[in-house]
Ligand binder design. Structure first.
Ligand SMILES: *Cc1c(COP(=O)(O)O)cnc(C)c1O
Length: 395
């Protein structure tokens, strides 16, 4: 039985997670009483006198629908400030711009392919200190071999696509000992299952395109911090570089967040049923899911997550070709990139989402498949994967 370590219970000082997801930043409209946050389309706002703008001035700098989303995500992550961007990568780009040119960044052994590309091909080459990869599973060794000039540590936990989990509190304290900030990409866990700021992380990053939006119909990114100075620097970059989301996109993410808790519960339940099938299937070599006791980082996951999420990866005993056959044979699991929405997806990371890490320290096994387990009827998902795996059993 999973014990919730999150804050889904209300306390005297704060309503519970589900309540805040539905209400924080989203009070009924002051003018009309509308219970749904208005999509505010104005790009400019009337000023009462020269030099005295109201709360809003120009929509790149601030927009009421975006403010609602920013307030809501800050509340859910238990930070002081949220910042919304046009995509997850736009949010990451703003974080990387915090690093002064003489300093570098360090990332783990696997990550979203686009994050790797942004750091290694766009951001890194402009830096004298550049970037490095490190094994976060042995923090004593990492401490001893800590590279000079690292200003930023980039962590995904669970990571994409190997679902490695890392102790956020331990890595945060190590990063802080070395005067570096810890950034946690919390896209896979969502604030419902894990709140990295509570464990000492400095910045939380989200691709809102995934579980927060939750319906495969909006691209967006979010940052959350619990520090006024960091918030000010990031807000400056948000406005100065201008990768802001449109008001309709903000509305869609807010709408998705309202049902995040019930969706995540179902994602976790369905993922567990799929894991049960995979661990006993003869065609499967290895199942990667943070709840499994032998999974890399299982203890950290059990400590800092309230449940283990909807992402499941596995390797096929008979290699890459079998893996590709399985991915082509599912019918309910759609063959597609992305993740975190209501519908189930299957993909082959080596050729699809993680093609950009081929030949790098982040390269993924070619017999690996990744599932984003949706919220369809549990038995239908299990039956679909079972029949697809049937093509890979040697009879
Ligand atoms: C999708 C994803 C991103 C990038 O987000 P976009 O919204 O596609 O720009 C970053 N990190 C993780 C873990 C992701 O899954």
């Amino acid at each position: 039985m999973v014990v919730r370590v999150g804050d889904t219970e209300s306390t005297e000082s704060r309503p519970g997670f589900e309540t805040r997801a539905i209400h924080d930043g989203q009070a009924p409209d002051a003018v009309t009483g509308a219970v749904v946050t208005p999509i505010s389309l104005a790009t400019t706002f009337a000023q009462t006198a020269v030099g005295s703008p109201g709360t809003y001035e120009y929509a790149r700098s601030g927009n009421p629908t975006r403010d609602a989303l920013q307030a809501c995500i800050a509340s859910l992550e238990q930070g002081s400030h949220g910042l919304a961007f046009a995509s997850g990568l736009a949010a990451e780009d703003a974080v990387l711009r915090l690093v002064t040119p003489g300093k570098g960044a360090m990332m783990g052994l696997d990550a979203y392919g686009g994050t790797y590309r942004l750091i290694s091909a766009v951001w890194g080459p402009e830096r004298s200190a550049g970037w490095s990869t490190a094994d976060f599973s042995d923090l004593t060794a990492l401490d001893a071999a800590w590279p000079d000039d690292v200003a930023l540590v980039w962590l995904e936990t669970p990571s994409n696509p190997m679902l490695r989990c890392t102790d956020i509190a331990a890595l945060a304290s190590l990063a802080h000992d070395h005067d570096a900030l810890l950034v946690v990409d919390n896209t896979f866990a969502t604030p419902y299952l894990q709140q990295p700021l509570r464990h000492g992380a400095d910045i939380v990053v989200h691709s809102a395109t995934k579980y927060l939006g939750g319906h495969s119909d909006v691209v967006g990114g979010l940052l959350v911090v619990d520090d006024d100075d960091l918030a000010q620097r990031l807000a400056y970059l948000q406005n100065a570089a201008g990768a802001v989301p449109g008001p309709f996109d903000c509305y869609l993410v807010l709408r998705g967040i309202k049902t995040l808790a019930v969706r995540m519960d179902r994602h976790c339940t369905n993922a567990r049923a799929i894991v049960d099938l995979l661990v006993r299937h003869p065609a499967v070599e290895r199942v990667l899911y943070p709840q499994l006791p032998d999974h890399p980082g299982h203890e950290a996951a059990a400590k800092q997550m309230s449940d283990f999420g909807g992402m499941v990866s596995f390797t096929m005993r008979d290699g890459a070709e079998r893996a590709k056959q399985v991915a082509a044979a599912t019918t309910l699991f759609t063959l597609a990139e992305s993740l975190g929405a209501v519908e189930s997806l299957i993909e082959h990371p080596g050729v699809m989402t993680h093609a950009s890490v081929a030949g790098s320290p982040l390269e993924v096994p070619d017999n690996l498949l990744r599932l984003s387990v949706g919220i369809e009827t549990t038995a239908d998902l299990v039956a679909d994967l079972d029949q697809a795996l049937g093509v890979a059993v040697i009879r």
